[in-house]
Ligand binder design. Structure first.
Ligand SMILES: Cc1ncc(COP(=O)(O)O)c(C=O)c1O
Length: 384
């Protein structure tokens, strides 16, 4: 009898059908990758040393399922809190990266019949998680300047269970202004809509722009699930440490989901995260300055190239490049891969991402320069 592979469960089948996230493979030799949000800086040595010390000191067993208490307390002390209501360790859940935090929050709070508003183009994980939870994705296109279209949001938000966004934004590089966040809070006043604010790039904001956390906005903070990670700020993508905070009932529900999916997190990695919090400010600032140089290099190289348009990134390390050729972005990404530079197709990030590619400038400067040359030669051979 021939064995028949079992069909994937309904939700998995739906996820396969709807997901636009590619499975990522390492770049082949000779190919430059501008596809990944992967810092090329090493994890700072004191962080590595703290993990080694933790392992040598016996930190090789299960940790508290919500995260090491000292780590949660240290995080709580650093988060903005409402006047007179300081956050405590119990308000924080340490998670398997921001991915674990987003997954736990969405699976905990969203089910069939729930509608989730996602201003798009948006980080492609959000829609996948909503599909996995059985909810309905309601994509709301951004305004032409890549900020929120508040009129469109005003029309979409009534009755929504949740809205998810990243600030600074992956993939657009936009930093949402304090007044934009306050306006969102006003739109939501009196509603039961939760806001998930993924602030993974909060320390990567370029000169002339300012970061406002949703937790600092009075009209948002009580409905905000704040998601954060050590991945980008501290060049710790492989350590897999993130966290969330928010209304206590949401934190508790997310904790239940997270421990069901993950059990407890790697103990030594959490000690490493504690050490990262104690790094002198200059360490993060130096990396941020490196990204700023790369961002300037990308903006300068792409400026004036016929048929290419880039809103200069305000934060994070992505440029969302619009092109005029009319070729679908998936095809553009494949053709660029054939020319030995990897980028992400804009359509991955939502319907309005079509006609764009996302380039990451977290790559090393030499690679970035080589990759940009290949991108420019592809789009505008006559200009090189
Ligand atoms: C906006 C955003 N959120 C979350 C993540 C995932 O972060 P982590 O590595 O902590 O899972 C990324 C990674 O690219 C991201 O860009």
């Amino acid at each position: 009898m021939t064995a028949v592979p079992p069909a994937p469960a309904f939700r998995t089948a739906e996820l396969r059908r709807r997901s636009r996230r590619p499975a990522l493979a390492p770049a082949p030799p000779g190919t430059v990758s501008l596809a990944m949000g992967e810092p090329d800086f090493p994890t700072p040595p004191p962080v590595v040393a703290a993990a080694v010390a933790a392992l040598r000191g016996g930190g090789t067993h299960y940790a508290d399922q919500n995260g090491l208490r000292e780590l949660r307390a240290a995080l709580a002390a650093r988060l903005p809190a409402p006047p007179g209501r300081p956050r405590t360790a119990d308000d924080v859940l340490v998670t398997h990266g921001a991915t674990g935090a987003l997954t736990a929050a969405v699976l905990a709070m969203i089910g069939p019949g729930d509608r989730v508003v996602i201003p798009e183009p948006a980080y492609s994980l959000y829609a996948d998680l909503v599909v996995l939870a059985g909810g309905t994705v309601d994509f709301v296109p951004l305004a032409p300047d890549l900020h929120w279209d508040l009129d469109a949001l005003a029309a979409a938000l009534p009755g929504a269970a949740m809205m998810i966004f990243s600030n600074p934004s992956n993939p657009t590089g936009v930093v949402h202004r304090g007044r934009e966040l306050a306006a969102l809070g006003e739109l939501l006043r009196g509603s039961g809509t939760l806001v998930v604010s993924d602030e993974a790039y909060h320390r990567l904001v370029y000169p002339g722009h300012a970061m406002t956390s949703a937790l600092e906005v009075e009209s948002l903070r009580d409905r905000t699930v704040y998601v954060q990670t050590f991945s980008k700020t501290y060049a710790m993508t492989g350590w897999r440490v993130g966290y969330l905070t928010g209304p206590r009932a949401v934190v508790d529900a997310a904790a239940q989901v997270h421990r069901s999916l993950n059990g407890s997190l790697n103990t030594a990695a959490q000690h490493a995260a504690l050490a990262a919090l104690d790094l002198p400010d200059g360490v993060v600032a130096a990396m941020a300055d490196g990204y700023r140089r790369r961002r300037d290099l990308a903006v300068a190289r792409l400026a004036g190239v016929p048929g290419l348009h880039l809103v200069p990134p305000e934060g994070a390390f992505y440029g969302f490049l619009r092109y005029d050729t009319g070729v679908p972005s998936g095809q553009v990404a494949r053709e660029l891969a054939g020319r030995q530079v990897l980028v992400r197709a804009g359509a991955e990030y939502g319907p309005s991402g079509e006609g764009h590619v996302r380039i990451s400038f977290a790559a090393a400067e030499d690679d970035l320069w080589t990759g940009l040359e290949r991108v420019v030669r592809y789009f505008a051979p006559e200009s090189t």
